[in-house]
Design a protein around this ligand. Structure first.
Ligand SMILES: C[S@@+](CC[C@H](N)C(=O)[O-])C[C@H]1O[C@@H](n2cnc3c(N)ncnc32)[C@H](O)[C@@H]1O
Length: 715
């Protein structure tokens, strides 16, 4: 079985509408025949007879076979003239060769009329005069329907037509390449199916293959055995060998996955457990190919239509990222480095992974609000927030890493965000102490990066059990601080969005579940991202989560063809109570917004005494309950426990190991993991951390290394 087309079909955002492209290709051919007529046609609502004839000639494709055949015909009609040049950028690896974003299985089956042929630009949502934030609202407020994103009434000038035609050529090449790849894949699937038929009825002896394998694995055989084992696991009764258990097959499959894709056993198992074996295979496969290159239009400087035209003029082949975004453009080919075009330098766009748009769309910051981006560098999301707020209100963009904060400042300047202030604080302890009372807070948390393995394959081997203890620990701290920094009585907001570019449950649902327990004054609300993505887990490996966890969204490379991502939106329903003076490091108090703080006469005045009620309106009694600041000891105990279990699993005696002079048991529990900040720096220095991977290229600077040395010396 090759990379399953079924998996590939699972819903990439905004697939190309093949029928429209084919029609445009046909139309281009028709244009060649009747150029004068076309040149005369300036309005897009043309319905002249000739066009209708062209439209009728083009029968919409009903199935793949037809699609492929038609594509071949099209290829003859529109021959690619320019050789695609690989793109380059200073922000992102822009290797486009194995772009998977062009799954065209969602071909329109409806018949196309002539209007369809001339509405290309408006179908692309190029009518961006309407500000994007008109369509970004809080989804738990029922009376805010999302605005119309795409205009039907647009003129298409000759110049635009030419530009579009040039772009269409590129898109056609892309389409044809995709078709060819699909054909090859189908062929491979057929061959594999034939192989499987030969052995059907009596499952393949995958264990015998294993014995035969020498030191250097034959990758072809290995892949075959992976697919065989997956098939056997799908019908163990019929295909399984006598005396072999499911566990043995899973064990073999995991070893093969580790060898074939290069993961540590620990991580392979963690990721494998998220899916069925078949889907896990699709996930591992998707991690081997880059996601599509996407740029976000900076609406503070331009609109998507103008930007698209400017880039098409430079020979860039692009297309809107999907109907879910009004500002994203997917780039297929570019003869120029996307990080060095005049438009880029003028701040008209930023290279940003599609999934990176989602947390900001869920946050839906409104003009004139006061928002916090807790972990902001390099600023893809901050600058989007600023744009949605139309440069009004205030965005506090914080990052604990100084070198990264510098990059953040660079992006803020380039994109012309004037409502943004950069701070360089450890958000776990600085907020809400330094500043609080925000209308909205985004916590795009540092994470292990298991969602961006295609960008950072180092994750496959660099993340171990300790990371999956330390990083969620930090995420819990950060999320509590985020909640405590929000003004629950904000007239327009009171929201926190938590996101990671990781797909593990420990960093996502488990973190949210933890804060729900610690902060009964928040509830999960709908992200407003619609059906795009999959619901969060409500249970996992025997662990039950809040039923509303299904409102959180998960994104996977193999399902949506975006980086793996998690988005959760929380609404603060009541104030966080005042912290005891000693707790001020992680103060659990709603601080009044700075604009009102001068009026706060005393600390006591700052404490909001409004009773906290649950969903049924019943006052929640926190006496002796879990409510309060982050409990370092409790979390340390949890980590120490996990560490002991880890050692036991390795066959080591935790007492012996943890009682060694250099690392006493006491130390293990009070300081169970490397300080997070150090981990961040380590991650930066080794280039293996994933948390920065979402669209912006990571660089290890001299000052990174210097900072690391200073930290070490301080330790
Ligand atoms: C996933 S990245 C943020 C990406 C950013 N939101 C964007 O879209 O461009 C996580 C960031 O968290 C920062 N970070 C790590 N620990 C932190 C802490 N304790 N307080 C604040 N920021 C922290 C890292 O320096 C890193 O830049």
């Amino acid at each position: 079985m090759g990379k399953g087309r079924r998996m590939k079909k699972q819903g990439p955002p905004g697939p190309l509408d093949e029928s429209k492209i084919s029609i445009l290709k046909k139309r281009k051919a028709a244009e060649a025949d009747s150029a004068p007529k076309v040149a005369a046609a300036k309005k897009r609502r043309r319905a002249d007879v000739e066009e209708e004839v062209v439209a009728k000639k083009i029968t919409p494709k009903k199935n793949k076979v037809n699609g492929v055949a038609a594509s071949k015909v099209d290829k003859k009609e529109v021959t690619g003239k320019k050789k695609p040049v690989p793109m380059g950028s200073d922000e992102e690896d822009l290797d486009m060769e194995d772009d998977e974003f062009d799954d065209l299985d969602g071909v329109s089956e409806g018949s196309m009329d002539s209007d369809d042929q001339v509405e290309r630009l408006s179908d692309w949502g190029y009518d961006d005069d309407e500000p994007e934030n008109d369509s970004v609202v809080d989804s738990d407020e029922d009376d805010h329907p999302r605005g119309t994103m795409f205009s039907d009434d647009e003129d298409l000038s000759d110049a635009e037509e030419k530009l579009t035609a040039a772009n269409i050529e590129g898109l056609s090449r892309k389409l044809d390449a995709a078709k060819q790849a699909e054909e090859e894949e189908a062929e491979q699937e057929l061959q594999e199916a034939a192989l499987q038929t030969n052995i059907a009825g009596d499952g393949p002896d995958v264990f015998a293959d294993q014995a035969q394998q020498g030191l250097a694995p034959d990758l072809q055989l290995l892949r075959q055995r992976i697919t065989d084992t997956i098939r056997i696991l799908g019908d163990l009764k019929t295909l399984g060998q006598a005396g072999k258990s499911r566990a043995e097959y899973v064990d073999l499959l995991l070893s093969d996955i580790c060898t074939y894709y290069g993961y540590t056993r620990f991580l392979a198992e963690k990721l494998f457990n998220l899916f069925t074996p078949m889907e896990a295979f699709a996930f591992f496969e998707a991690n081997e190919t880059p996601r599509p290159v996407v740029i976000r239009t900076n609406t503070l400087r331009t609109n998507r239509r103008s930007l698209a035209q400017a880039l098409i003029n430079r020979g860039v082949v692009l297309e809107p990222v999907g109907k879910w975004s009004k500002v994203g453009l997917q780039v297929f080919e570019s003869p120029v480095p996307l990080g060095a075009t005049p438009e880029y330098l003028a701040g008209q766009y930023i290279l940003q992974a599609a999934s990176s748009f989602l947390p900001v769309m869920a946050l839906a910051p409104q003009p004139n609000e006061r928002c916090l981006d807790m972990a902001a560098a390099p600023g893809g999301k901050t600058t989007y927030m600023s744009a949605l707020m139309r440069n009004t209100g205030t965005v506090i963009a914080n990052d604990a890493s100084k070198p990264r904060a510098k990059g953040l400042i660079g992006n803020i300047h380039r994109l012309g965000c004037k409502n943004t202030i950069v701070t360089n604080l450890d958000a776990r302890t600085a907020f809400p102490k330094a500043m609080g009372g925000f209308d909205r807070v985004l916590l795009d948390a540092p994470c292990t990066g298991t969602g961006v393995i295609s960008k950072d394959p180092g994750v496959k081997t660099s993340k171990d059990e300790r990371d999956f203890l330390a990083i969620p620990h930090m995420q819990r701290q950060l999320l509590l601080a985020a909640i405590d920094s929000v003004d629950h009585s904000s007239k327009t907001g009171g929201y926190v969005v938590y996101s990671t570019c990781s797909v593990t449950v420990e960093e996502n649902e488990s973190v949210v579940q933890y804060v729900l327990r610690k902060r009964p004054n928040v509830k999960i609300v709908d992200t407003g991202l619609g059906d795009f993505g999959s619901p969060g887990f409500i249970s996992y490996m025997g662990k039950k989560f809040d039923a509303k966890m299904a409102l959180t969204r998960r994104y996977f490379p193999h399902r949506e063809n975006v980086d793996g991502f998690y988005v959760c939106k929380l609404k603060k329903t009541g104030p966080s109570p005042a912290a005891k003076p000693a707790d001020d490091a992680t103060s659990a108090r709603d601080r009044r917004p700075a604009r009102a703080s001068s009026q706060a006469a005393s600390t006591d005045d700052e404490i909001d005494k409004t009773p906290i009620v649950d969903e049924d309106g019943v006052t929640v009694d926190f006496e002796g309950g879990a409510f309060g600041p982050f409990e370092e000891t409790e979390d340390a105990d949890r980590i120490a426990r996990a560490e002991r279990n880890r050692l036991r699993r390795k066959g080591l005696n935790p007492k012996g190991v943890l009682n060694k002079p250099k690392k006493t048991k006491g130390e293990a529990s009070s300081k169970p993991v490397e300080p997070i900040q150090d981990q961040e720096i380590k991650a930066n220095a080794t280039k293996k951390s994933s948390n920065q991977g979402k669209g912006e290229k990571k660089t290890v600077t001299k000052s990174d290394r210097k900072e690391k040395k200073v930290k070490k010396a301080a330790k």
